[in-house]
Design a binder for this molecule. Structure first.
Ligand SMILES: Nc1nc2c(ncn2[C@@H]2O[C@H](COP(=O)(O)OP(=O)(O)OP(=O)(O)O)[C@@H](O)[C@H]2O)c(=O)[nH]1
Ligand SMILES: [Mg+2]
Length: 286
């Protein structure tokens, strides 16, 4: 049997979380079309007949970090290569031009001396493609695999390549200490992430980057329904009123979208009460 830790790194928005969800066959990490959706590393365990793998999803590495939030997110991602990992998966998005942000991410990957797999994602898109700009990277990697995380194309090929590199073990995996609670549909952290995903999808411009989400209360009643209380915290009155929206329309939309997904996932009636707060010290929660 084989087992090990696999970390996925790459620029923001390349599809890292989409890949993790595709491999796991369930949602463990939130995704959105906006960069830096993932804010801290998320671990998920994948088991099959060949062995056990802990996948670590990381936040996309930002080229320029002007604000404290981006700085903190980048630190989370950069620390990954310093901890024990067996295989590094480096994901690129060939539909976007290579720029200094890629070089920064590549610099972090170079610090890792173990086996590295280059994954070219979004092969379901032909145009635009800047694949030639990434060609030079191929020789730095042990294996190159082209996939579509969204369309679940070539995922088995990637798993074959991963298992080929993973170390052989006789025992079951000693699961390392989790930095965050295990994700499932009744975990406070997971539901807070789900609320943040819906906020990311619905709020415009910089607003999604000015929020954090917290779930304070989850109760499963005897009737089988799930009651949740959460907060969206921002750092400005102006953002607060945008999150609430006209007559509360925006917060209602975020809450409804979260509720719908949770109802499908848990097959329970879900009630969500969301409050919006303005707290200048919001970053302390991260
Ligand atoms: N067309 C296409 N879109 C994809 C593919 N994989 C991911 N996407 C889309 O790309 C966007 C970003 O995906 P995420 O999985 O959130 O990307 P990420 O790398 O985790 O991003 P950060 O967490 O911000 O670093 C989403 O809109 C996905 O639906 C793919 O194979 N093809
Ligand atoms: Mg992500």
């Amino acid at each position: 049997m084989k087992s090990g830790v696999v970390a996925i790194i790459g620029r923001p928005n390349t599809g890292k979380s989409t890949l993790i969800n595709a491999i796991l066959g369930q949602k463990v990490s939130i995704t959105s079309p906006k960069p830096q959706t993932t804010r801290f590393s998320i671990q998920a365990i994948y088991t099959e007949e060949r062995g056990e793998v802990i996948f670590i999803d990381t936040p996309g590495i930002f080229g320029k970090t002007y604000d404290p939030l981006s700085k903190k997110i980048n630190q989370h991602a950069e620390q990954i290569v310093e901890q024990h990992i067996d295989v590094l998966v480096y994901m690129i998005d060939h539909t976007r031009k290579k720029d200094f942000e890629e070089n920064k991410t590549l610099g972090i990957a170079r610090k890792f001396t173990g086996p590295k797999i280059l994954v070219i994602n979004k092969i379901d898109i032909d145009h635009p493609s800047y694949i030639v700009q990434y060609k030079f990277m191929e020789e730095e990697f042990d294996t190159v695999i082209r996939i579509s995380a969204l369309k679940k194309k070539n995922i088995p090929l990637l798993l074959d390549a991963l298992f080929a590199e993973l170390p052989e073990t006789s025992e079951h995996f000693d699961i390392p200490e989790q930095p965050h609670p295990a994700f499932n549909f009744t975990s406070k952290t997971f539901i807070a992430e789900l609320i943040r995903e819906k906020a990311f999808l619905k709020l415009r411009k910089e607003v999604p980057y000015k929020i954090i989400t917290i779930v304070d209360f989850i109760e499963e009643r005897e009737s089988g329904s799930l009651h949740i209380k959460g907060r969206i915290i921002t750092n400005d009155e102006r953002y607060k009123s945008m999150i609430i929206g006209k007559n509360g329309a925006m917060i209602k939309a975020i809450s409804t979208a979260t509720r719908k997904e949770l109802e499908v996932a848990t097959n329970k009636h879900v009630y969500i009460e969301l409050q919006v707060e303005n707290d200048p010290h919001w970053m302390d929660y991260l």
